[in-house]
Design a protein around this ligand. Structure first.
Ligand code: NDP
Ligand code: OXD
Length: 318
């Protein structure tokens, strides 16, 4: 079962250490975990655990049985046209999901409780209470009602916000107004004060967050204008349109964790906009332990001939 670990953009060492430690606990010898940075025998590899591996690397493994993406989003991996046609699995993990829900809740409350205005007042040593809308009067719309969107929706619903979700297929979730498909998008946007984006990046969703979409968000809501919160992928948003919408008041604020080019360039006007929160793609940074245990469980399920639920559908791209 030699398992190749190929990681770019993150430090591979903690992952290799974790694969070896948790593998040993399952009786897997340390040399069965192969570091892609060292010389290795491509024919021996049967599984690969990867994050943004070099294009073409996986095509060199003739006996590969499955690929495990070390994140929830598989867009970078699917961009490799040479990706072998073996089952591809992504991360679905409770720890990752909880962390994303924490980040989304933090950002929703930051804007809903008018923290950008209070931060400006604090800088000016100004003690001035502002009118505060009740959560039930603030309409949140979540684009992407998958594993992460549903969990965030559950938490925000408990806080009392008025919730709607947009997805491809609809899910029949109690207490959440649901919209599905492109035809339903205008109605979903028209009732949304805070737009939370947890979509995967696919051919269908690329650049979906543009000027035209922002202009359809609700006006006259309790926050004085719409807010964008994006933790999905940077390629979902047209960055120049976000900047323009913030400049002309089409959006009054944003929290952005992801960007088409990461790290975000120091010259981006987003860094200094008073209504914008920037985090460096950390919304759901998870400890390797949880994710590696999940990968070993998935391998065991694959070897038992099962079809685990975190298998990616190559046709839809997520
Ligand atoms: P899921 O696959 O579980 O959910 C995806 C959701 O998006 C589904 O509800 C799906 O609809 C919907 N969707 C996909 N395409 C369309 C479309 N064309 N139109 C309408 N809805 C669409 O993914 P997760 O919830 O696990 O993760 C979502 C994304 O979050 C990941 O792909 C990744 O990019 C990002 N992410 C970011 C992290 C970060 O740290 N910033 C960490 C982890 C993930 P349907 O339900 O009908 O299938
Ligand atoms: C992921 C990510 O997809 O970190 O898990 O963005």
């Amino acid at each position: 079962m030699p398992l190749l670990v190929a990681i770019n953009g993150w430090r591979p060492e903690p992952w290799l250490e974790c694969f070896r430690r948790l593998g040993a606990a399952r009786g897997l010898p340390g040399d069965e975990i192969v570091d892609a940075r060292q010389r290795f025998d491509p024919e021996a590899v049967t599984y690969a655990a990867v994050w943004q591996p070099a294009a073409g690397l996986l095509a060199r493994l003739p006996n590969l049985r499955a690929i495990f993406n070390l994140g929830a989003g598989v867009d970078a991996l699917l961009a490799d046209r040479t990706l072998p046609d073996v089952p591809l699995f992504r991360i679905i993990d409770e720890d990752l999901t909880r962390r994303m829900t924490e980040w989304i809740t933090l950002q929703v409350l930051y804007h809903a409780r008018q923290m950008p205005a209070y931060r400006r007042q604090q800088a000016a040593r100004l003690w001035r209470p502002l009118d505060q809308a009740a959560a039930k009067d603030i309409r949140i719309g979540i684009m992407g009602m998958g594993v992460l969107g549903k969990d965030a929706a559950g938490m925000l619903a408990r806080l009392g916000f008025a919730l709607a979700g947009w997805s491809r297929s609809g899910h029949g979730l109690a207490g959440i107004e649901e919209f599905s498909g492109r035809d339903a998008l205008p109605a979903f946007l028209a009732r949304t004060d805070i737009l939370v984006v947890l979509l995967p990046l696919t051919q269908d969703t690329h650049a979906i967050l543009d000027r035209n979409l922002f202009a359809q968000l609700a006006r006259g809501g309790p926050l004085g204008g719409p807010v964008l919160i994006n933790a999905g992928r940077g390629g979902l948003q047209v960055e120049d349109d976000v900047v323009q919408a913030l400049g002309d008041g089409t959006l009054i604020g944003a929290s952005l964790d992801v960007f088409a080019a990461e790290p975000l360039a120091p010259s981006s006007p987003l860094w200094t906009h008073p209504g914008v929160v920037i985090t460096p793609h950390v919304a759901a940074d998870s400890a390797p332990e949880a994710l590696v245990s999940g990968i070993f469980r998935t391998i065991a399920a694959v070897e038992r001939g099962e079809n685990p639920p975190n298998r990616v559908d190559r046709r839809t791209g997520y």
